[in-house]
Design a protein around this ligand. Structure first.
Ligand code: CU
Length: 495
């Protein structure tokens, strides 16, 4: 389905191209049509919620609710959000702070709210066991215990996560600490420190975004054909400083984005899923799988517009289905950045951002193997389309038991015909290697999602500190939400 588009780009004579890691990347400027004749809508910035103090606990009131959102002028699209009609506020928390998230469910149906990337007790995680019934409020209370990072939150109801996220329920979490306070990075929220929730949605002719799974989307995940950023269609952002920091979340259900600037210029990545890289990394292309985050710094020139694109990627070297098994989206613009004619000078980037404590494979007491599997022709055999180690998610089954304090290696083997973004709850991990090769600099940091490509074995290492509870499991799963909903998920407890 994507191959005709790719062929068109390959034939284009006006294409810019780079080769990165043996993969050719194209963004033919003339071929990218701006939606509806231009990027015409001001980028929405989610409200910043810093909570209020109740006896030393920072309290955040969050209400899951239904509403309508005007993506297209004159059309009221039914959606769901948190404290609003689509998406939710950005929650700012501090390392070391006691926090309480009061989650009220006004959806008229059960849901949950999961704190993706946060290190907390399993009972506070908002996973499929922490169902919030309609009309009820669930309090998630814990002490923030991790470094500065851009995290997020979204529903995690068994079998319904894809639909609930699709309707609009998601938001970002920003953790700050003394280290992030001290770094000379742009940190003026909404001005030069901008959250970008990247998503794609499919709209009907009357602009509803119905969640109806086809045979294809059951297998490949729900992929839309209209990009939205912070719930904004065809957005632009007016910048006033020479550097902007973009906190980017791939908030899609199933799409992998390959981000570049239309100028082909480099930008600087400063953070991965779980916080700062040790040092800034300069790139001109950044791949984000579903649920992955990155913070990047973009240099701007007064009066010169620059567009953040999703670019098309040629995957001729990849095995299986000629690369057609990937969910790489075709080329399109996400966001036009319009610098003012006069910009405030931003500080130079520091050479070092943080110090990582690198986990040593020799300290690992156990290696667990996770086979990521798909079965084609599910109609004939009646088997489940996706599984991990031959098993489909069972809420009543604990798959793995981990000992508190242990360092472990998890060996993720993709034996299926498409890439799977693997996510684990509880802790941030580090990538040891991909098929024996060291990870790229862009993912050499704290991670909670890792793309495992077809035929690839990715080894990750983590240490299980805190929060032992034999009766409350954490999840691990594919973050293509339709795979998760179909049971590509398992449970572990820390004891
Ligand atoms: Cu998957």
């Amino acid at each position: 389905m994507t191959s005709p588009t790719r062929r068109n780009f390959l034939k284009s004579t006006a294409a810019s191209a780079v080769v990165l890691g043996g993969v050719a990347v194209y963004w033919p400027r003339s071929a990218i049509s701006s939606p509806m004749g231009g990027m015409t809508n001001v980028l929405k910035i989610p409200a910043l919620e810093t909570g209020h103090d109740e006896g030393g606990v920072q309290v955040y009131d969050l209400t899951m609710q239904n509403g309508v959102t005007e993506f297209f002028e004159g059309y009221q699209t039914p959606t769901s959000g948190i404290n609003g009609s689509y998406l939710g506020p950005t929650l700012k928390v501090r390392n070391g702070a006691a926090v309480r998230f009061n989650v009220t469910n006004n959806l008229g149906e059960p849901s949950t709210l999961h704190w993706h990337g946060l290190h907390l007790p399993a009972r506070m995680d908002g996973g499929p066991h922490q169902v919030v019934r309609p009309g009820k409020t669930w309090a998630s209370e814990f002490t923030v215990k991790q470094k500065a990072a851009s995290l997020w939150y979204h529903p995690h109801l068994e079998g319904k996560t894809g639909e609930h996220v699709w309707r609009g329920m998601a938001g970002m979490v920003i953790v700050e600490d003394t280290e992030s306070d001290a770094l000379p990075l742009p940190n003026n929220y909404g001005i030069n420190d901008v959250p970008l929730v990247l998503q794609d949605r499919t709209f009907t002719p009357d602009k509803r975004m119905d969640y109806e799974l086809s045979m294809r989307s059951r297998m490949m995940g729900m992929v839309g054909n209209i990009p939205v950023v912070n719930g904004t269609y065809a957005p632009f952002f007016e910048a006033t400083t020479t550097k902007v920091r973009l906190r980017i979340l791939n908030g899609s259900n199933a799409s992998t984005y390959n981000l570049a600037l239309d100028s082909g210029a480099n930008f600087v990545q400063v953070a991965t899923d779980g916080g700062f890289l040790e040092a800034p990394v300069e790139v001109n292309l950044l791949q984000l799988a579903p649920a992955e985050r990155a913070e990047i710094i973009v240099d701007l020139v007064a009066g010169e517009n620059v567009t953040l694109l999703n670019v098309a990627i040629g995957t001729s070297s990849s095995g299986g289905m000629g690369g057609g098994g990937s969910n790489n989206a075709p080329a399109f613009p996400f966001l036009e950045i319009r610098p003012a004619t006069s910009l405030t000078q931003s500080a130079a980037l520091p050479a070092r951002l943080t110090e990582m404590e690198w986990l040593n494979p020799e300290d690992a007491v156990k290696t667990r193997v996770f086979n990521l599997e798909m079965q084609m022709g599910m109609g004939s055999g009646g088997g489940n389309p996706v599984s991990i180690n031959g098993k489909v998610m069972d809420m009543a089954r604990i798959d793995e038991v981990v000992n508190l304090g242990d360092t472990e290696i998890w060996e993720l083997r993709n034996v299926s015909m498409m890439p799977h973004p693997f996510h684990m709850h509880d802790v941030q991990f580090q990538i040891l290697d991909r098929n024996g090769r060291a990870p790229a600099a862009t993912e050499h940091g704290r991670k909670d999602v890792v793309m495992v490509n077809t035929g690839e074995t990715v080894r990750i290492i983590m240490r299980f500190e805190d929060y032992a509870d034999a009766n409350a499991p954490f999840m691990y799963h594919c973050h293509i939400l339709e795979h998760e909903d179909a049971g590509m998920m398992g449970q572990f407890v820390v004891v």
